[in-house]
Design a protein around this ligand. Sequence first.
Ligand SMILES: *Cc1c(COP(=O)(O)O)cnc(C)c1O
Length: 492
Amino acid sequence: MTAGSGYRQARWEEPPIWDLARRPVAEPAPAIPGVPERWRRQEALRWPELSEPVVVRHYTRLSQMNFGIDSGTYPLGSCTMKYNPKLSEVVARRAGAAQVHPYQPEATVQGSLEITWRLERALAKITGLPEVSLQPAAGAHGEYAALLMVRAYFRDRGELGRRTEVLLPDTAHGTNPASASMAGFAPREISSKDGCVHLSELKGALSDRTACFMLTNPNTAGLFESEIVEIAEAVHAAGAMLYYDGANLNAILGVTNPGRMGFDVAHLNLHKTFATPHGGGGPGAGVLASGETLAPYLPVPRVVKTGRRFRLDYDRPKSIGKLKTAYGNFGLDVRAYAFLLAHGEEGLRRISRRAVLNANYLGARLGRRLPRPFRPLVKHECVLSGTPLRERGVRTLDLAKRLLDEGVHAPTVYFPTIVEESLMLELPETESKRELDEFAAAVERALDDTPENLRAAPISCAVGRIDEVRAARAPILSWKDLRGAAAKVETP
Ligand SMILES: *Cc1c(COP(=O)(O)O)cnc(C)c1O
């Protein structure tokens, strides 16, 4: 026997190492008594014949075709795409948090209820609004719930027939008017002046038909509505409710809060401000925080503490009812609670200070290249306009696509809608000055590129420029096997 002769044993006919395919898993189904024969699978299932490494590479490659907060900077204005600390992941994945069943008896989930209760108390302090529910699954869900609460309140007062309007500024996020209509109100837009609410216009629009005014502060132009006290007074003088869209809370954490500003009810997005995973459609975690007036209408169940025990309380006769199975997206609540404990009160103030510094630094640097439509001092995000690109026959959209070739995510574009060719930048506190400089340099390189390259971008991504109209009008939402000669994409 010579050294290495054992190699002769290997044969191509043998399955490769880690072969998943040739397992006897695909037999025709056995007969089941009482089930008609024609329902029985007659042929073996056609499993794909692939080895484990091939499958792993396929899914790894798919994951790399996407962009996430762990792949690079993500300046998506209004979305507060901050780093999600792995510490929160470790905590949320512990069995006590990850393996509980939503309908376990209360006595066996005291720890989960305590986390919920403690997080609610912390958020009450942060918002300055005393009653909190973690039930909504996202910000928009919270908006909708709050407007149902406003509806129930006016129904109780016998004013619902009359109070049919919800006012909102023209800078409002699209979910605000959508939630208002879904809750049965007529949304009505107020125009802004220099990016902020025009107080006299608001006063002109307020009447005994107004149910609610929805506002975010700082607003989507990144500007603090400094007339907020007068705004709250005017809204309340008209007998209406003031709603706080809390998506921009990152700018004011520990500095001020919606309760102090005079808001009656608010939503927060744990998946924005409190560093829980965000994007790709969820799961998100909205939060409802309410002042005394609307608190009786909060969804049930509420988590209450009696002595040292925690329980779910359904006995709230004025409640709008239950919004979601179980009690919100608990895994995200655990992550947010871990995040709050890790930072503490002073840490939260540092977060907002740093987020504001970042936005102003980015605004000042890129403001040398692109016009800034509003006053330069902003809170957590800044808005620029891509109108000068038009001279070279390109648009903000082309710039956004070109940035993808730089390996960064594009900013929010064409929102807020009151700015022509708008770009909205937000790199939150988790990004260092070095990251800000690298991002700004990427924007500058993109601006200096040729119109041809800008219009052709992206060229380095898994997917090139898509037909956005077709993607919206004729989306392909389920997998179809398009291999073979007639690989045509069907459009409905
Ligand atoms: C993100 C956002 C919302 C909606 O929140 P979702 O959690 O995405 O439903 C509402 N208003 C503003 C200003 C936002 O940025």
